[in-house]
Design a binder for this molecule. Structure first.
Ligand SMILES: Cc1cc2nc3c(=O)[nH]c(=O)nc-3n(C[C@H](O)[C@H](O)[C@H](O)COP(=O)(O)OP(=O)(O)OC[C@H]3O[C@@H](n4cnc5c(N)ncnc54)[C@H](O)[C@@H]3O)c2cc1C
Length: 470
């Protein structure tokens, strides 16, 4: 056997699996098709602006991520955003501030009288909903349709790229659905936890001084892993004691035999590799849908924007009938994403709401973003820089009964010892979930290596990494 673990895909998922394996002293090789690591995540510097190609912020409440940030030396790089920073949504063509404090919901003009009463009635709504309930049905049932249309729909459309009428509530709102299951009500659940001093783990939102590229660089600073870029996995075959893989590289073919393989590539690429071994598993994965996404970065002189640009950006509800999902601006701790006296606006378009953007060219996408931002933010001048990043398959859609599909995939994987999947179509799209998934897969592999060898050396390898979550 050439190596204990082969990881295919060098995005956050694959890099995290590699990082956690290295913490346990397990030898791994990672193959990445592109010339650089990071997948959809990366920061490009253009004329003094720092432009994110994909993820721009991390929202964390998981101890695995906290442990990774501390152990990798990323902590001093963190730029934490104020949790009480104003947030906006578009209402009838204008930006309206979202009330974030629980106590202020009863008085804010953000909600109509009926909408407010419906929110306050949440504890009286009986427990309900089955596993297949959609996010829209869940939010409307518990909090009313105003909460769905003004807050939850734009939030889900931008973070998951999904349509909440089709997305499974338990897959995209796991914390809220769990509160209902356990306490019968979201508000009662929050209150009981407060009274029992079982506060939910603190939620932190942050980026890094070097942008999200710092995350990729920290994950890649990993002497325990042999990384090969421009190395495209083309064939994967099961052998009696492991897996044989073949990749196409600039130098020719590369062959490798590994005890374990971690697939951290998008669903379609995973299906192609799996099809010769298990067409049923390949069909389960290959049938997953993705939504296209585009990010339009626009650099402006600060004086060219009328809006006061407090907070960090805004989201756009579907009722506003816009391809624009939302926009972030460089302000506060993120001000250093733009040179002095300038501001970077980063607009997000597409998702399940506007999949047609996949057919638009870059000029059309940038034009649509600029049109809508001009009216919303009062742009007085043309941008000095425009960059468009297109993701044809931006985010996997958590539509339909996702949890059943995930169970089916995991069930099927049991037939293939040594085969693992750590990817955003299975267990969470956020970079946080990708790091947690890498942690879980590394733990699984270490336990299996330990069970297979039974030796002391393997026992040492399977030691949990320092500061691992309990
Ligand atoms: C526009 C956008 C904005 C986002 N914003 C946020 C955000 O603010 N916060 C957040 O937490 N998350 C955000 N996300 C989600 C998050 O960034 C992604 O879900 C996550 O980074 C996906 O990581 P991954 O490693 O699973 O997949 P990918 O990043 O897609 O990586 C897969 C890798 O596999 C490689 N590959 C494919 N085929 C092969 C092959 N045959 N052989 C070798 N390599 C192969 C690809 O080149 C790629 O590098 C955003 C996503 C997008 C698209």
């Amino acid at each position: 056997m050439d190596v204990d673990v082969l990881i295919v895909g060098g995005g956050v998922s694959g890099l995290s699996a590699a990082w956690w394996l290295a913490q346990r002293g397990v030898a791994a090789e990672l193959w990445e098709r592109a010339p650089t690591l990071g997948g959809v995540v990366g920061t490009r510097r253009v004329g003094g602006y720092a432009m994110e190609s994909g993820a721009s912020l991390m929202l964390n409440f998981r101890p695995e991520v906290t442990a990774f940030i501390e152990q990798s030396g990323l902590a001093p790089e963190k730029l934490a955003l104020r949790s009480d920073a104003p947030r906006f949504v578009v209402q009838r063509g204008m930006l309206a501030q979202v009330p974030t404090r629980l106590g202020s919901q009863a008085f804010t003009p953000f909600w109509s009288g009926c909408g407010r009463l419906r929110l306050l009635a949440e504890p009286l709504i009986p427990r309900g909903g089955d596993e297949a309930e959609t996010a829209s049905a869940f939010v409307t049932r518990r909090l009313g349709c105003e909460a769905l249309e003004k807050v939850f729909e734009p939030m889900l459309a931008s973070t998951f790229g999904c349509d909440p009428d089709l997305a499974q509530a338990r897959a995209v709102l796991p914390r809220l659905t769990a509160l209902e299951q356990r306490f019968g009500s979201i508000a009662v659940g929050v209150l009981v936890r407060k009274l029992r001093r079982q506060a939910a783990p603190a939620m932190e939102m942050f980026s890094f001084k070097g942008g999200m590229q710092s995350l990729i660089d920290a994950l890649a600073r990993n002497p325990g892993v042999s990384v090969r870029t421009e190395c495209t996995a083309a064939v994967l075959v099961r052998e009696p004691d492991g897996w044989a893989a073949l990749a196409c590289t600039r130098e020719g073919e590369r062959r490798l035999r590994a005890r374990h393989v971690v697939l951290s590539v998008p669903a379609m690429e995973a299906a192609e590799l799996l099809d010769p071994n298990d067409p049923e598993l390949a069909a389960l994965i290959g049938g997953l849908e993705y939504a296209p996404l585009a990010v339009v970065h626009l650099g402006f002189e600060r004086a060219a924007i009328e809006h006061r640009l407090d907070g960090m950006g805004f989201l756009v509800p579907r009722a506003e009938a816009r391809a624009l999902l939302g926009c972030q601006w460089s302000a506060g701790v993120l001000a250093e994403r733009a040179p002095g006296g300038r501001v970077l606006l980063s607009a997000f378009l597409g998702g399940a709401r506007a999949p047609q953007i996949a057919q638009w060219d870059e000029a059309a996408i940038a034009g649509a973003a600029l049109d809508q931002l001009t009216a919303l933010l009062g742009l007085r001048d043309a941008p000095e820089t425009t960059q468009v990043v297109r993701h044809t398959r931006g985010l996997p859609l958590y539509h339909g009964n996702r949890l059943r599909r995930v169970r089916d995939v995991r069930e099927r994987l049991r037939r293939w010892p040594g085969l693992h999947i750590a990817a955003n179509y299975l267990d969470g799209v956020s970079t946080r979930d990708r790091i947690v998934s890498g942690y879980a897969v590394a733990g699984e592999i270490c336990s299996q290596l330990l069970a297979a060898s039974g030796g002391a050396a393997a026992r040492a390898r399977a030691r949990a990494p320092r500061a691992a979550p309990t």
